[in-house]
Design a protein around this ligand. Structure first.
Ligand SMILES: [Zn+2]
Length: 237
């Protein structure tokens, strides 16, 4: 009897068609599950504009410990936060994305540090943003045991306090700290006309924090905490 297919080519035929079927089926299932996730996960940050201000920069190193400078931690954490916010659908404006100070952006007859801060305030006030976040690292003399992130806000408006509470709570959960946010009359906070907070990521004067702040995983964890706080703020806005 004449065979149409040899047994080998028949197996090959079945094999190819099964493979094509499995690939097609998994592509369709993947598409369906992604669509379901996109619809079921609330995306509070989509379309929001967040301004990130990595504190200090250039000749202004901020606080330090040995050759570890605050300005570099601020920038690295801010760049991680930026990419996470973008992947959540937010738009991001940075006051700086490299190692520079910003006094040259302000022509006021004022001293260098004040002009640097005024440039940051101007970027907050002159851009159409929903929230600003100023990112810093803390230091305290004679209290090496004090650690963990701290959120500061101006009580000029209620939304600053609400945002500070959400972000501090999420950072507490991320780091095992139990702390309330603090009112502060820092130049940037009191002169910014938008809702925002200043986040001190940790204490460079605490050995454990100092080590953690040099780890990308930890900075990533802190960024997740900040984002969680932002999402809760927008959800309950
Ligand atoms: Zn600072």
């Amino acid at each position: 009897m004449k065979k149409i297919f040899s047994s080998d080519s028949f197996k090959k035929f079945i094999y190819i068609y099964c493979t094509i079927f499995v690939v097609l089926l998994s592509t369709i299932l993947l598409f369906i599950s992604n669509t379901l996730i996109a619809f079921s996960t609330p995306n509070e940050l989509k379309g929001k504009t967040i301004l990130i201000d990595p504190g200090h920069g250039g000749i202004d190193g901020g606080t330090s410990s040995g050759n570890l400078l605050e300005k570099n931690i601020n920038l690295e954490a801010s760049m991680i936060l930026k990419s996470k916010l973008i992947s959540h659908g937010a738009k991001v404006i940075m006051t700086r994305d490299k190692d520079i100070s910003l006094e040259n952006l302000c022509n006021d007859n004022d001293y260098r540090h004040r002009r640097d801060l005024k440039s940051r305030v101007n970027m907050i006030n002159n851009n159409k943003i929903d929230i600003y976040l100023s990112i810093h690292v803390n230091a305290v003399a004679n209290a090496p045991y004090v650690n963990g992130p701290m959120v500061f806000y101006s009580n000029a408006n209620e939304s600053n306090k609400t945002l500070a509470l959400y972000i501090q709570k999420s950072l507490n959960a991320a780091t095992g700290i139990n702390r309330n946010p603090n009112i502060a009359d820092y130049f940037l906070l009191t002169n910014a006309k938008k809702t925002g907070v200043l986040v001190e990521l940790g204490f460079i004067t605490n050995n454990s924090d100092k080590n953690l702040l040099q780890s990308r995983e930890y900075l990533s964890k802190l960024s997740d905490g900040i984002i969680d706080g932002l999402e809760k703020y927008f959800k309950n806005e």
